[in-house]
Design a binder for this molecule. Structure first.
Ligand SMILES: [Zn+2]
Length: 442
């Protein structure tokens, strides 16, 4: 009899706990254009958000909620929030007050539980768009030039970020950090390559919706978009790097289908606000009407093949051909794109490799070399690489006159003496009157 009673008591306690909502944890993520505060909750929450001025504050009221976590560990530096405090109100609600030290516009939404998290309330504090460093960076890239001619812009998209860790390895490695480390290596290589400019879509540990990633690349006038990942599979067996391109129909393999569907879940984990959703609708309409999509897809495939070939020289490949599936992040009508899976976080050897800087550098170089192989052969008109290529391939002939020097001829045709010697297969600077030389066209 006593035994039965204690069971009933335990059940009562549990159901009471289930009814009351509680904030179990709070996270803060800083993006260039907003600060995101995420409240983990034990249940779905009714809430309202409003602002107060003098001094500027954002107030978040959560109905029937208590505070189970703490704000102590949050790093508020440069977040625009100077302090966070909260109080239990008489009606049972929890009032959280965010004291602001700059002008921010709040936007809030709730997220449903998924594999990684339970119920969440997201409060984004938006900076004024005109001063957004991300958009500034995109403008900067648009102007990037070498010798007065446009650079080829490569948008590098480090997958996941912030609220979305991506795949988590057996040793606890987060995909979002691996993706960022490889992306940073690529950024350095591209910065050093003449005629090329990198654009980092994500610059820190925060989430960007899949549609926004494509938009940022377009704002930067990117010629190419490469999304960097290292996902996991349900078994530890699959290993090796792979390259994926967009498909307009089905997937080319079950792995491609599996990865595309898990990648496309990112917005549910990372958190996408209503504004991004509206953008997505507009984008989908655009994609459907734009025939350029097919061209971008083909170009993505061609570039993907070059990248895969280069990667095959430095690491094991999961598949020897470019796979295709409906990756949302690749659905840009006019920017060709690929998604690189640097390896499987679910495979212990791959995870160990991805944790090594030397390996990440090798991989980053292979990816960029592959992209460069393509663009060096197919440079977009108007770019510095295009002009170099044209000069290298088309020549006029020039007949040497009295008083000519090799350096004088080179200067008049806008090339170096070395280059002039090179295109004429010369070993010395000696020229004779009446001799015919190859010089750049135009
Ligand atoms: Zn991923």
């Amino acid at each position: 009899m006593m035994k039965r009673l204690s069971v009933v008591l335990v059940l009562l306690v549990f159901s009471a706990a289930a009814l009351a909502n509680s904030v179990t944890n709070v996270r803060l993520w800083q993006a260039p254009d907003h600060t995101r505060i995420v409240f983990d909750l034990s249940n779905e929450v009714d809430h309202r958000v409003f602002t107060l001025s003098n001094p500027d504050r954002v107030v978040v009221d959560m109905t029937g909620t208590t505070l189970g976590g703490s704000y102590a560990d949050l790093e508020l530096d440069d977040s625009g929030v100077s302090s966070i405090r909260s109080a239990q109100r008489d009606d049972g609600s929890l009032r959280v007050v965010l004291d602001l030290d700059s002008e921010l516009t709040p936007r809030s939404f709730v997220l449903q539980p998924n594999e990684q998290y339970g119920h969440r309330l997201v409060v984004d504090l938006q900076r004024d768009d005109r001063t957004s460093p991300t958009i500034e960076a995109a403008r900067e890239v648009r102007r990037a030039e070498t010798d007065g001619q446009r650079d080829i812009v490569i948008a590098i998209d480090a997958g996941h970020g912030g609220e979305d860790p991506g795949a988590i390895g057996v040793r606890g490695t987060y995909e979002k950090h691996v993706a960022m480390a490889i992306s940073r290596e690529m950024e350095r290589l591209i910065e050093d390559a003449e005629g090329y400019t990198p654009f980092m879509v994500r610059t820190g540990d925060y989430y960007i919706s899949l549609v926004r990633r494509r938009q940022l690349a377009r704002e930067a006038n990117a010629d190419f978009f490469v999304s960097v990942h290292a996902d996991a599979f349900t078994s530890s067996q699959p290993s090796g790097a792979s390259v994926y391109a967009l498909s307009d129909g089905g997937a080319t393999s079950t792995m491609a289908e599996f990865l595309a569907s898990s990648e496309n879940q990112a917005d549910r984990v990372g958190g996408v606000s209503g504004v991004d959703m509206q953008d997505m609708d507009a984008m989908v309409r655009e994609v459907i009407v734009d025939l350029a999509m097919t061209h971008s897809m083909q170009e993505g495939l061609s570039i993907g093949e070059q990248v895969l070939q280069r990667m095959g020289q430095v690491t094991n490949l999961h598949r020897r051909r470019v796979e295709q599936a409906g990756f949302a992040v690749l659905k840009s009508p006019d920017v060709p794109s690929i998604l690189v899976e640097a390896g499987f976080m679910s495979n212990p050897r791959d995870e160990a490799n991805l944790g090594s800087q030397a390996y990440r550098q090798r991989l980053a170089r292979a990816v960029f070399d592959g992209i460069k192989d393509y663009f060096d052969d197919n440079p977009p008109p108007g770019t510095w690489v295009y002009t170099q290529r044209r000069n290298a391939n088309s020549f006029d002939s020039y007949t040497v006159r009295t008083g000519d020097t090799l350096s004088g001829i080179a200067t008049r045709h806008g090339i170096s003496v070395n280059r002039l010697r090179e295109i004429n297969n010369m070993n010395s600077d000696v020229i004779r009157v009446g001799q015919t030389l190859r010089v750049p066209n135009g």
